[in-house]
Design a binder for this molecule. Structure first.
Ligand code: SF4
Length: 335
């Protein structure tokens, strides 16, 4: 039996109208375009793609921090359910306790004028989740210990900490309300490689201990490969492939996924010449190519790809892909 969905997304679009017209037509930026996706409860779910693919907008739409143009996002943690596109003010308050964001930049995310104790305590106080200062302090100490922060750190200001420690403070702030769902948006991208593994291990431990579902957004497939249970690959506002992590990295089906994987640096000198360089830039979401939106950069595109959008189909259990020729694109494992 498959794990129930914590987040169920159906035909979700986030479009922004630009103020000016080009050749008499008002431009529409299709940041997210008709996306459907299920994030299983208790999973560490990876969302990957180049910068400009729409990953951050999708994470924000799930958190009701980006306007939903059409479609649905349904949240169900087993205790509470929400229809995010149509959520009311009172429900949104409850939702904010259950779904939180860990920011990318641990330097910009923390107020330099607040102590670490106050930074972590703020969500509890704003949402009125504790009834006394002692109770707030108790909750802050508890989550600080879980995030491997020393209690003496709580009296200090953020500038006294390294990038890794600051990210642990950000994580403690996001988790202090005991959320059930977390969007971690490029949460290790600003850190040194040596610190990244430490933070990733911490996130996985917290996810298991606190029974949280994670949406882990990253442009770096090598980070996702060793962390996530399942992965969705996004290109120009659309999901092009999803699969269990091991399957995706051993048997990628979509040419875009293959190109991203082959760009991961290899320690094997024999592999270094095999990278499939992705030609050109990702097109503008205000001017999405016809047919398959990847056809302008796809190394195996054929004439019909310029006209016909590929159907979303299952090629192996839980391995879905949108490519006319995915059956022909099985590649050797790059990792
Ligand atoms: Fe490439 Fe065509 Fe597949 Fe799109 S449908 S990824 S253009 S082969």
């Amino acid at each position: 039996m498959s794990t129930p969905s914590h987040i169920s997304i159906r035909n979700l679009s986030v479009h922004y109208g630009l103020g000016h017209k080009v050749l008499g037509e008002r431009l529409v930026v299709k940041a997210i375009d008709d996306v459907s996706l299920d994030i299983p409860k208790g999973s560490f779910f990876g969302l990957v793609g180049e910068s400009g693919s729409g990953k951050t907008t999708l994470g924000r739409a799930i958190l009701k921090a980006a306007p939903i143009t059409s479609g649905h996002v349904r949240y169900n943690d087993g205790e509470a359910e929400f229809d995010i596109a149509n959520i009311g003010k009172a429900e949104l308050k409850d939702y904010r306790k259950r779904a939180q964001l860990i920011f990318q930049d641990p330097y910009a995310a923390l107020s330099p004028r607040m102590t670490v104790r106050d930074i972590i305590a703020e969500p509890l106080e704003v949402m009125g989740l504790t009834s006394s200062r002692d109770e707030t302090d108790e909750r802050v100490r508890e989550i600080a210990a879980k995030c491997r922060l020393n209690l003496e750190h709580l009296r200090r200001f953020p500038h006294a900490f390294s990038g890794g420690q600051r990210q642990r403070i950000s994580i403690a702030r996001a988790l202090v309300c005991q959320p059930k769902f977390i969007v971690a948006d490029e949460s290790v991208a600003a850190l040194d490689v040596s610190i990244q593994a430490d933070i990733l291990n911490l996130l996985r431990t917290l996810q298991e201990d606190m029974d949280i579902t994670f949406l882990f957004i990253s442009h770096d497939l090598s980070v996702v490969a060793h962390t996530c249970d399942q992965v969705a690959v996004m290109y120009l506002g659309s999901i092009v492939e999803t699969a269990p992590s091991r399957e995706l990295f051993s048997t990628p089906r979509h040419p875009y996924t293959k190109a991203l994987l082959s760009a991961i640096p290899s320690l094997d000198p024999d592999d270094r010449g095999r990278a499939q360089k992705l030609e050109g830039e990702i097109p503008s979401p205000a001017n999405v190519p016809s047919g398959c939106r990847f056809h302008t950069r796809c190394p195996i595109a054929k004439d019909n790809c310029r006209v016909d959008a590929p159907a979303w189909r299952e090629l192996a259990p839980e391995h879905m892909v949108a490519c006319h020729y995915a059956d022909e694109t099985v590649a050797a494992a790059p990792l």
